[in-house]
Ligand binder design. Sequence first.
Ligand code: HPA
Ligand code: ZN
Length: 373
Amino acid sequence: MLRIAVSSCYNCLGHLHAGPNEPYPGQQLTNPETAMPSAAPSALEFACRMPKAELHVHIEGTLEPQLAFALARRNGITLPYADEDALRAAYHFADLQSFLDLYYSCASVLRTADDFTDLMLAYLKRAKADQVVHTEIFFDPQTHTARGVPMGTVIEGLIAGIKEGRLRLGISAKLILCFLRHLSEGEAFDTLTEAEPFLDYIDGFGLDSSERGHPPKKFASVFEKCRALGKPVVAHAGEEGPPCYITEALDILKACRIDHGVRAVEDSALLERLVREQVPLTVCPLSNVRLCVYPDMRTHSLPQLLAAGAMVTINSDDPAYFGGYMNDNIRAVQAAFCLDEQTWRRVGRNSIEASWASTEEKAVWLAQLDPVG
Ligand code: HPA
Ligand code: ZN
């Protein structure tokens, strides 16, 4: 069979380990008559329309400039930007830390339970529009409690949004409390103590913020306590940090998913392990490009992860800051790699299987993903 790569799909790339005219697994073949991707529109349409779960999104990262200024006005806060355009113009990040500085600064407009409810509902509406049927959402309580916003205000506001989202939109959502890794383990323990009255509303625990220099093992004891409370744990690892942070997150924190994990391709034994154990990776393509983990989408490790058989999911991370929500990520990946429908179905299945939804809910969504007939 003649296999031709299409230049607009940027897919005859040496770094993918395929020869210049050879596709990598999951890449669409092209029609030699038209030199167009033979099923490009349908694979993209399928991916956008398929039911899917989002497993890596920070609620504070869904704060759009318009809502940020509306909340600032409502709360009598002055943001250090003249207007929405000036804020948007600041969205040029050199690395994770330069983003986090802006992200924490904008979060200062969130003060009341209603603010958190409005933020949650705005995100759930966007997610629903992209056929996200279930979402597991990170929140960073330490960002808020440090400013004097009580833990109860944050959680009650977010849960009210989740309840309204389920009622009005039919979308299912869970909450993951993240500890900020640039702070100490002692501070994480204090946060866990503050959160204990609300444990019924917290579905799991995570680890985020500045990765370099803050290895997962720094949080071994607090994660042990989270697990003893009967909650699953996840951790950001292998985004900017080295592959050994992924190993630590698995072996020391006992993370059941790895958030990002894209640097696993640098360690073949680790990648083999992730594939063998089918550890879910919550990959966030637009985030990785915006934070300069990769210079552009074409150099992203996603095709290598897929080709190896890793359990990849696609997610938006901080969609208000990184240029888009779930389906924007899918479109950016498709423009770079021209994946076929079968691969997208696998990515969709992975997202549902890796979620903490009930077996019954998963069965419904998985059935909707399977080819008809
Ligand atoms: N990495 C680490 N911490 C974060 C991120 C991220 O991409 N987004 C929000 N907090
Ligand atoms: Zn993240």
